[in-house]
Write a protein that binds this ligand. Structure first.
Ligand code: GDP
Ligand code: MG
Length: 177
């Protein structure tokens, strides 16, 4: 575009996957707009949010894709995954069933993306302490077995949300740079 003097821009496509209602859309809303929505609503019309992150003085654009609820029908299309270099595989620490689905989500991810796709396993809703069904140790063990990064988050109280996205972006950056 004739703007050769500008420093190189990085644009990383990152996908959010995991069972319905684990908090994917709220993790993205918290990270990109510092918002939280107590009632579930599918993202209509918005396919992704872009957030600029600084690493080593480089400007990195993280283009984070969210589903519009298709995961409920196991109908995420290949277009969703196409070109993704990072992924957050999210489960709800209060619903063990969503943790049991993680293996299936990883299979789907690896069917569509390069084996090097930077992936973090995210146990969300840590604020609901009394309702926990998946221990931190259990999450960590699965992540280690699958060679994934791991973090527990709360989109409600913000804990570790930025850190989870940042971890993925830094890993992608290290892979490509
Ligand atoms: P998605 O289907 O995976 O995109 O999940 P949503 O982001 O729509 O969240 C599903 C429900 O869980 C909504 O009612 C959210 O308000 C709620 N939720 C999401 N994240 C959290 C969290 O960290 N803590 C709590 N307590 N509720 C959450
Ligand atoms: Mg959603």
């Amino acid at each position: 575009n004739g703007n050769e003097e500008q420093s190189q821009d990085y644009l990383f496509k990152i996908v959010l996957i995991g069972d319905s209602a684990v908090g994917k859309s709220n993790l993205l809303a918290r990270f990109s707009r510092n918002q939280f929505h107590p009632y579930s609503k599918s993202t209509i019309g918005v396919e992704f949010q872009t957030k600029t992150i600084d690493i080593d003085g480089k400007e990195i654009k993280a283009q984070i894709w969210d589903t519009a609820g298709q995961e409920r029908f196991k109908a995420i299309t290949s277009a969703y995954y196409r070109g993704a270099v990072g992924a957050l595989v999210v489960y709800d620490v209060c619903r063990h069933q969503t943790f049991d689905s993680v293996g299936r989500w990883l299979e789907e991810l690896h069917m569509h993306c390069d084996v090097n796709v930077a992936t973090i396993l995210v146990g969300n809703k840590t604020d609901l302490k009394d309702a926990r069904e998946v221990s931190t140790a259990e999450g960590k063990a699965l992540a280690e077995a699958q060679g994934l990064f791991f973090m527990e988050t709360s989109a409600l109280d913000s804990s570790n949300v930025a850190a989870a996205f940042q971890t993925v972006v830094e890993e992608i950056y290290h892979i490509v740079s």
